[in-house]
Design a protein around this ligand. Structure first.
Ligand SMILES: O=P(O)(O)OC[C@H]1O[C@H](OP(=O)(O)OP(=O)(O)O)[C@H](O)[C@@H]1O
Ligand SMILES: Nc1nc2[nH]cnc2c(=O)[nH]1
Length: 175
């Protein structure tokens, strides 16, 4: 059990299990994109750790860029997605792979996909470390999923509770 601010969390997914799964996703992406040069779009803040562990295992020629979106306040979705840092890259004709830490309600991803599709990419795929299928409010197809989890608030491996806990090397769930 760990304490973060006023809440208690218990272990859900260990570092070893996470890293083995990331290695498997990296192999899949490497096979699927052989001979192509994908552009990874990393959704900050939460996806920074997943992204760094993933891309270092993908020996393809590729580019990596960042966008910063926010929709969560403490343990709840606010229902609206704010863009804090936008996309400056030319994505038309590119093979896009979005790297996300979690797809929960799906509102963040739905907005980002709409925004990307407005710029005529060649293809768009999503890689998300976590997914809460029961929480989804809009259909989202996730090509590469790390783990499907229950609809409970989680922290660690990039994910925070009120700004704290992103540096934990495993995933914890609210007790
Ligand atoms: O599917 P949704 O319900 O839209 O939730 C998913 C989003 O929530 C988290 O971001 P958050 O707003 O917490 O910002 P952060 O990544 O900076 O922590 C996460 O990184 C996703 O981007
Ligand atoms: N930290 C954290 N951020 C989220 N964003 C969407 N769902 C979650 C969650 O369960 N935990």
């Amino acid at each position: 059990m760990i304490n973060i601010l006023d809440k208690k969390f218990v272990p859900l997914i260990s570092r070893e299990v996470i890293e083995n799964r990331i290695a498997a996703i990296a192999s899949e992406i490497t096979n699927d994109y052989e001979g192509r040069c994908p552009l990874f779009i990393v959704v900050l803040n939460g996806a920074f750790l997943f992204a760094s562990e993933l891309v270092k295992r993908i020996p393809l020629s590729c580019e990596i860029t960042f966008i910063k979106l926010a929709s969560y306040s403490k343990t709840q979705s606010t229902g609206s997605v704010r863009e804090i840092i936008g996309l400056n890259d030319d994505i038309s004709g590119r093979e896009i792979i979005i790297i996300e830490d979690i797809v929960d309600t799906g509102l963040t991803m739905a907005q980002l996909i709409r925004q990307i599709n407005d710029h005529a990419p060649a293809s768009v795929a999503i890689a998300s470390l976590l997914h809460k299928p029961e929480a989804l409010q809009t259909p989202i197809y996730i090509r590469y999923t790390g783990f499907n989890i229950e609809n409970k608030f989680v922290v660690g491996y990039g994910l925070d509770y009120d700004g704290i806990g992103r540096n934990l090397d495993a995933i914890y769930v609210l007790a």
